[in-house]
Design a protein around this ligand. Structure first.
Ligand code: GDP
Length: 295
């Protein structure tokens, strides 16, 4: 994870290492190198620019030039600014409600269905809730089947209605079912498409309006870099979701989406997917993520 970026940043910091005396030119060179590393990691252009400006201000303010260990000082400043850029602290999901309703959105292939299973598994084991999953991708039998397989793996029931092609009604029925069976959490998986289209957006907006979820999450593939950021922006404009889930972070060598999303979309990353298995889910901690980026 983030191997390319970590290596590049390490090289940037070396500019400051072992210098007799650090000059403003060394600092400027380091920052230029850091900015290039961020852009190569597919970080949003404006985000990278603002970031290096912030770091510069801090570095000069804290007198990196006269510090005994300028390199360490710079690493710490970059670490703290990275954590801040990714949201500062972790953000929880809203589970108050009986049942609490969580709506899952995103493009097809982003990892929505996998995440739906992981989230149910996570909340069931860590928060002691009794979830019911709703297979809302009514157009793709394979997607319904996939959720059923996952449900079985984690011991969580999946609500489906044969022949129902109305996802709004299905979601409402699923919530009724949860109430009658005593489930205190409903997670609704929805249909995604390969690219954003009006029909998909209308459908997910209609579900959101009808069921008024306590939490709406947007799932996106971290490996798609700036595309992920742009998709996150468009979904947010239509859906005003509560949080982002970055999937496939285990395969992301660059880190651009993780670093840019918060500053571009202004919604917190809440979870990260770290593999295909049901337990490969982590709560997103900006500071720990900054640790990993800096190696
Ligand atoms: P959906 O179409 O959005 O529901 O996407 P799926 O849940 O079917 O996921 C698409 C593919 O990505 C599947 O092969 C998943 O196993 C895989 N996948 C999902 N999340 C992760 C993850 O965090 N890491 C990795 N490596 N693969 C993932």
């Amino acid at each position: 994870m983030f191997e390319n970026l970590s290596e590049r940043l390490e090289r940037s910091f070396k500019i400051l290492k072992g210098q007799g005396s650090i000059t403003e030119i060394n600092v400027a060179e380091t920052l230029k190198d850091i900015r290039r590393a961020l852009l190569d990691a597919d970080v949003n252009f404006k985000t990278a620019k603002n970031f290096t400006e912030q770091v510069k201000e801090k570095a000069l303010g804290q007198d990196v030039l006269t510090a005994v260990k300028p390199q360490q000082m710079m690493v710490k400043i970059v670490h703290d600014e990275l954590a801040e850029l990714m949201g500062g602290s972790s953000t929880d999901i809203e589970l108050n409600g009986n049942p609490a309703v969580i709506l899952i959105s995103g493009l097809q292939g982003s990892g929505k269905t996998t995440f739906t299973g992981k989230l149910a598994n996570f909340i069931k084991s860590k928060r002691g809730k009794s979830p019911l999953l709703v297979a809302g991708d009514v157009y793709r039998p394979a997607a319904i089947n996939q959720l059923q397989v996952l449900g079985e793996q984690i011991g969580v029931p999946v609500y489906t209605e044969e022949g129902n092609t109305n996802p709004v009604k299905l979601a409402q029925d699923g919530i009724k079912e949860a109430k009658s069976k005593g489930h205190d959490l409903v997670i609704i998986d929805t249909a995604g498409r390969l690219a954003i289209d009006e029909e998909m957006m209308n459908e997910i907006s209609a579900i959101k309006k009808a069921v008024k979820p306590h939490e709406t999450l947007f799932v996106v593939d971290a490996m798609t870099g700036q595309d992920a950021v742009n998709t996150a922006k468009e979904f947010n404009q239509r859906l005003d979701y509560d949080g982002v889930v970055l999937t496939k972070l285990d395969g992301d060598t660059r880190g651009g989406a993780a670093i840019s999303i918060r500053s571009v979309v202004d919604k917190p990353i809440k979870f990260v997917g770290m593999g295909e298995k049901m337990d490969a889910l982590d709560v997103f901690h900006p500071s720990r993520m900054a640790d990993r980026i800096l190696g």
